[in-house]
Design a protein around this ligand. Structure first.
Ligand SMILES: CC(C)(COP(=O)(O)OP(=O)(O)OC[C@H]1O[C@@H](n2cnc3c(N)ncnc32)[C@H](O)[C@@H]1OP(=O)(O)O)[C@@H](O)C(=O)NCCC(=O)NCCS
Length: 182
């Protein structure tokens, strides 16, 4: 099944609530549905090039992968580069194993080479992404904007991945996320 790629303008309060229901179901500790709906609607306006890849039925969002563009800084050269930051990847528990997760992520991967050269994200499930062509990278990540701990890793999941592999040439560099992990 193909995923739809929604812009921020397409995220009406009703769509935000359906997204919130899925995200709260998959990540239950974080927020209530009402809080998550409000967060999505407030947060969207602050994000660059936001897109939500979704698969929906008449009532629910069954799978989502969100992506925005952000800048990173390469340690060796000091150059900044735009990347697609992937986050909020989730499939409804009753609809897993049908290819929906892969479809929404592939819709974000299709932005690579257009909106930014590559996508970069953290994950606890690298094998899921490896099956659709992503690779794990071993760079050290920092956030120079974290003034109290500028050398600390801003990511918290065990793996950091990129897509497409050929666009990632900086295997040994320190990468500055220039902001919080996502
Ligand atoms: C990870 C997740 C999005 C996968 O969604 P899904 O719709 O079930 O995935 P798909 O059906 O598209 O699976 C595609 C392939 O990945 C594999 N896969 C799915 N989840 C996997 C996992 N956790 N670990 C390893 N492989 C996985 C599937 O077996 C399938 O393999 P196949 O092509 O050989 O049959 C879903 O399990 C989920 O929402 N998990 C909880 C939240 C989460 O971990 N999100 C990712 C955070 S970065």
């Amino acid at each position: 099944m193909d995923a739809a790629l929604l812009t921020a303008a397409a995220i009406t309060p009703a769509v935000a609530e359906r997204l919130a229901r899925l995200l709260v179901r998959v990540y239950p500790a974080e927020k209530t549905v009402g809080e998550m709906t409000a967060h999505i609607l407030t947060y969207l306006g602050t994000l660059a090039n936001f897109r939500a890849a979704v698969i929906e039925n008449d009532d629910e969002v069954l799978a989502v992968a969100a992506g925005v563009t952000r800048l990173i800084r390469h340690g060796a050269t000091g150059d900044t580069e735009k990347i697609i930051a992937l986050f909020a990847v989730a499939t409804h528990p009753q609809f897993r194993g049908r290819g929906y997760g892969a479809a929404v992520v592939k819709a974000q991967f299709a932005r690579a080479g257009h909106d930014a050269p590559s996508a970069l994200w953290q994950t606890a499930v690298p094998v899921f992404y490896e099956k659709i062509g992503a690779v794990r990278v071993r760079n050290r990540f920092v956030n120079s904007r974290n003034l109290s701990a500028p050398d600390a890793n801003p990511f918290w999941e065990p793996a950091v991945m990129v897509y497409p592999p050929a666009a990632w040439r900086d295997h040994d560099e320190v990468i500055d996320l220039l902001g919080v992990g996502y």
